[in-house]
Design a protein around this ligand. Structure first.
Ligand SMILES: [Zn+2]
Length: 194
């Protein structure tokens, strides 16, 4: 498995249009789009999807546009997996990325502030696209690699499970998150890990 580094920091020369990712991060008046993690175990992986379909409908998976979204919204995640199954590291695992927002783990765990103890993985997809075989393969490899490095089985949850209707009904947030949604095949993914 190959992981390509493309860190969301102000030194990244990845070119986007006539600027660079680093300059965009700097424009957001930031050095990095992440924080120091609080101490404690990292035991959870959160699965998301994202696309630029609202910005460039003809090219929803353009890497530059996806990276620009992080800068524009001041959000981030640890890994991004392209439609081709390429894995990009955007935030070091030891740092806290901003991918969950207000969130609560499923009952009976019920820990809040899931960013503190989780690793976020974005799959390039739209609400209707589903996910490619290459993405499932890359996600499996990355997940097994994470478990091996952390020396434990991780909790795998969708953004919709921790920041969905339940989180809204508890008054933690206003809008429910819907990703990775009904097209993500949890059974297939979980089966591929064990
Ligand atoms: Zn999400």
């Amino acid at each position: 498995m190959k992981i390509h580094d493309c860190l969301l920091n102000n030194r990244n020369g990845f070119s986007i249009g006539n600027t660079t990712l680093g300059k965009m991060v700097a424009t957001a008046k930031k050095q990095n789009l992440w924080d120091k993690r609080p101490s404690g175990l990292v035991d959870t992986v959160v699965i998301h999807y994202m696309s630029a379909v609202n910005i460039t409908p003809g090219n929803p998976y353009d890497m530059g546009q996806l990276l620009k979204i992080f800068c524009d919204y001041g959000v981030s995640c640890h890994y991004l997996i392209t439609r081709e199954g390429d894995i990009f590291r955007l935030v070091p695992e030891e740092a806290k990325a901003w991918h969950c927002g207000p969130s609560i783990m499923p009952d009976p765990d019920n820990r809040t502030g899931v960013n503190d103890f989780s690793i976020g993985i974005e799959l390039a997809a739209t609400a209707d696209s589903g996910f490619t075989d290459a993405q499932y393969r890359a996600l499996r490899e990355l997940s097994l690699d994470i478990e091996k490095r952390h020396g434990m089985d991780m909790n795998f949850v969708g953004h919709d499970q921790i920041a969905g209707k339940r989180a809204v009904s508890m008054g933690l947030r206003k809008e429910p998150k819907a990703d990775p949604g009904r097209l993500f095949d949890w059974e297939f993914f979980a089966g591929s890990l064990r």
